[in-house]
Design a protein around this ligand. Structure first.
Ligand code: ATP
Ligand code: MG
Ligand code: MG
Ligand code: MG
Length: 439
């Protein structure tokens, strides 16, 4: 993409209303624009990052055997009356009336809808287990939307729902998502510690919040520093292997990690003092087993192997896709701007032509840009006629992993400069070598 034809409204100054660094940087780097309280337009550069995060989440859900569908954002109030949540949900639910005075709502989550869809099409135990997911916008009328996309009112969530015949099966579905979450966050370049969460009315040990440590986080967390050595990829584990999944769950449960809601001082005191870590964190994901809460309330049952009706056991599994963008920036930035992990960077390379008014420089930069494109390297090409200093500042601000700088002096010697955004390390090399390094 040529910057001269792009839409990248960057700002020098931090907007006065932004309190945390990720929000400031997202506004300054032209990723988002607020259009109403807690509601954001995704500008071209921000949309690319959002799509990349979404795609990684999708690939890991697919790999774990979950099946994608897409449910609508608008739901009928009647659906929520079936579960009893229409009255229980409270003011976070945005309630709407259509022209026929039918009560509707903008979905804050989808347990009711998925239960109805599954209930209406599944008759037999042979159709279970299944985990279905979608990646869709949600609306919650948060009392205090703040910190940009971290606590928006409209936000993008991946929510998955599992259906099993019995609790043992539901546990396996839960462990499967636990593993998928670890792999997802590892690929996104964030360390999200699975912390025991309050499990609501049905009790049990099956609820975890995935928390990224950050001083601006809204929850107080306590965890064993053994998690710092934890293997997030768990690459030797196999989704089809029950013993593997159980071992992972035992390993996670065996290391202390809790939020203020679930903190157990007695267990905490048993963690060696050297290993106790306490701080603040951001919830980026939440997984939950809730048994037959919705399936029973909404009259879902399938015929079991013995001909008797069985009410499926369910779980739900959320990831805050748009919130993650803020969380990634909180964890990865410096004084000059964002430092994108390569997996979610909007472009891999920023190509800077220092002298757009110099025919030789422009020709060399155009040529390298064409070669990078041909090699499939996602490149943002600053071909504008602007001061070099301003171009550097913009590139650092938007945080692409690599920068290539082409200037007249280097060209005379047949070299360009390659800079790594994260380390700041710069090397001079030939155009061909730069291409070989990045392709
Ligand atoms: P929080 O405690 O931050 O209010 P929650 O517990 O209400 O979140 P869940 O119902 O568990 O949220 O939803 C699953 C995920 O959706 C959360 O882990 C979070 O990543 C994301 N999420 C929830 N609310 C918001 C929001 N207002 N803005 C952005 N993401 C959100
Ligand atoms: Mg909430
Ligand atoms: Mg929460
Ligand atoms: Mg939650």
């Amino acid at each position: 993409m040529r910057l001269s034809r792009y839409f990248l409204p960057v700002a020098k100054e931090s907007p006065a209303d932004a309190q945390i660094v990720s929000h400031k940087l997202m506004l300054r780097a032209g990723l988002i624009r607020q259009t109403a309280a807690g509601i954001y337009a995704w500008l071209p550069l921000g949309l690319r990052v959002l799509r990349k995060i979404e795609q990684i989440v999708r690939e890991e859900q697919d790999r774990a055997g979950a099946v994608e569908l897409l449910m609508p954002t608008l739901q009928s109030a009647d659906l929520w009356r079936e579960s009893g949540r229409y009255d229980a949900y409270g003011p976070e639910m945005l309630r709407i009336r259509d022209r026929h005075e039918r009560e509707m709502l903008y979905g804050p989550t989808n347990e009711e809808m998925i239960t109805a869809i599954f209930r209406d099409s599944v008759r037999s135990y042979r159709d279970l287990p299944r985990t279905l997911y979608h990646i869709q916008w949600k609306f919650r009328d948060e009392v205090r939307p703040r910190f940009g996309v971290m606590r928006g009112r409209e936000f993008l969530m991946k929510d998955a729902y599992s259906f099993d015949l019995d609790e043992a099966g539901a546990r396996l579905s839960y462990y499967t998502q636990l593993l998928a979450y670890l792999r997802t966050f590892q690929r996104l370049g964030v360390k999200a510690v699975p912390m025991k969460a309050a499990s609501g009315p049905i009790g049990g040990d099956l609820s975890h919040e995935f928390i990224v440590l950050a001083p601006t986080g809204e929850s107080e967390v306590f965890y064993d520093s053994d998690f710092d050595q934890f293997d997030w990829q768990q690459s030797e584990l196999d989704y089809g292997n029950e013993a593997d999944l159980k071992r992972l769950f035992d390993q996670v449960s065996g290391m202390y990690a809790a939020t203020d809601e679930t903190h157990e001082p007695a267990r905490w005191d048993a963690v060696p003092e050297m290993r106790r870590r306490q701080g603040r964190g951001i919830e980026v994901g939440h997984i939950f087993f809730f048994g037959t809460k919705y399936s029973a309330a909404m009259g879902m049952s399938v015929q079991g192997p013995d001909g008797q009706p069985v009410v499926p056991q369910m779980g739900s599994y959320g990831i805050g896709v748009s919130r993650l963008m803020g969380a990634i920036i909180e964890a990865s930035h410096d004084a000059n701007g964002i430092i994108w992990p390569e997996a979610v960077a909007p472009y891999k390379v920023g190509l800077i032509n220092m002298r757009a008014d110099d025919a030789k420089c422009a020709a060399a930069a155009d040529d390298l840009y064409a070669k990078l494109n041909a090699a499939g390297v996602e490149t943002l090409y600053d071909d504008r006629d602007e001061r070099g200093g301003a171009k550097f500042a913009t590139m650092d601000l938007i945080g692409l992993p690599w920068q290539i700088v082409i200037g007249p002096k280097g060209l005379e010697r047949g070299v360009v400069e390659l800079k790594n955004r994260a380390s700041g390390e710069k090397v001079e090399l030939s155009i061909d070598d730069a291409l070989a390094r990045l392709a």
